[in-house]
Design a protein around this ligand. Structure first.
Ligand code: MTE
Length: 313
């Protein structure tokens, strides 16, 4: 089997030093394990109706969106998720929804895909590392799924957790982040029509590296909120812990709304590199100005009326 090799990237530029050091340990350890690089299995195409939620921006080439990824369960290099997610088994898959709900439920993802009204939506996507892309996602509204379990009046937040399978995901054997990867939304954010559960990109099922079989997409927030390969969703009455906030609270807040007026402590958020315009591991050389709420302010700004979004980053 070929060794688990990952190109060296000066990631100290984009992640906290503790994470950077853990990454180096991770790369050394994974190399010793000799993990194989195998491609994702090809899954059937999806049948979805085009949605009016779309932007006119040029689509990011599929190749860039599927080979330049962040999915630390498979390594920290941008090419690692595509190279090292071949052993990951996204099917069969169950997703459990519990906590402060009248009817906790477990869903089979294949049944969900068959039973939910699938739409294709073209969204802008902005990573906190200041690169961006524009993707055609196939999925359904998160609110349509959450309503099925009948949330209680006491529920105020929704907590998400990814799978963490040491056998299939080499990265979770190393303390890069708190595993399983976890994220959260306020309940009104989760119920917003722009928040979707995606099961496909470019008309096909999600490749493993993009979060198969089911992930969140919240286009007005930095990309790390859009948690991949989700296993559980739990309704809570207090703000859930999130993996990146646990790693560096001063850098990654709970809200993480795209905001060019609030710089990351170590870099500007005023503009972004457009993925697919060259630049290799730096994710695009062309730049565009970053828009507040990633351009979705007309739809979502009212969720934050009266809030200081510099304080609540
Ligand atoms: N979800 C999990 N489980 N693990 C991760 O490392 N990375 C996040 C997010 N979801 C991540 C995750 C980050 S930082 C980004 S920018 C997006 O996934 C990247 O999604 P993409 O690789 O499909 O572009």
């Amino acid at each position: 089997m070929p060794a688990f090799k990952t190109p060296f990237i000066p990631m100290s530029e984009i992640t906290p030093r503790t994470v950077f050091l853990d990454r180096r340990r991770f790369m050394a350890g994974a190399g010793a394990l000799g993990l194989a690089a195998i491609g994702s299995p090809v899954l059937a195409a999806l049948d979805a109706k085009k949605s009016s939620y779309t932007v006119a921006d040029t689509l990011t080439p599929r190749k860039d969106a599927t080979t330049y990824n962040n999915f630390y369960e498979f390594g920290t290099g941008k090419g690692d998720p595509a190279a090292y997610s071949g052993d990951f088994k996204p099917l069969p898959w169950k997703i459990r929804i519990d906590g402060l709900v009248a009817k906790p439920m477990e869903f089979d993802v294949e049944e969900l895909i068959a039973g939910m009204p699938l739409e294709e939506r073209v969204y802008r996507f902005r990573c906190v590392e200041a690169w961006s892309m524009v993707l055609p996602w196939t999925g359904f509204m998160l609110s349509d799924l959450l309503r099925k379990v009948e949330p209680l009046g006491s529920a105020k937040f929704v907590a998400f957790r990814s799978a963490a399978r040491p056998e299939e995901m080499p990265g979770v054997n190393y303390p890069i982040l708190e595993w399983p990867y976890r994220e959260g939304l306020r309940l009104d954010e989760a119920m917003h029509p722009l928040a979707i559960m995606a099961v496909g990109i470019y008309g096909d099922r999600l490749p493993n590296q993009n979060g198969a079989p089911i992930r969140l997409v919240v286009p007005w927030k930095y990309g790390f909120k859009s948690i991949k390969s989700i296993e559980t969703i739990t309704f809570t009455d207090s703000q859930p812990e999130t993996s990146w906030n646990m790693a560096a609270a001063n850098e990654y807040g709970f809200y993480s709304n795209v905001n060019p007026e609030r710089d990351h402590p170590r870099w500007s958020q005023a503009s972004e590199r457009v993925l697919g315009t060259g630049g290799g591991f730096f994710g695009g050389v062309e730049r565009r100005d970053t828009e507040k709420f990633n351009g979705y302010g007309a739809e979502v700004a009212s969720l934050y009326a009266g809030m200081d979004l510099i304080e609540n980053y």
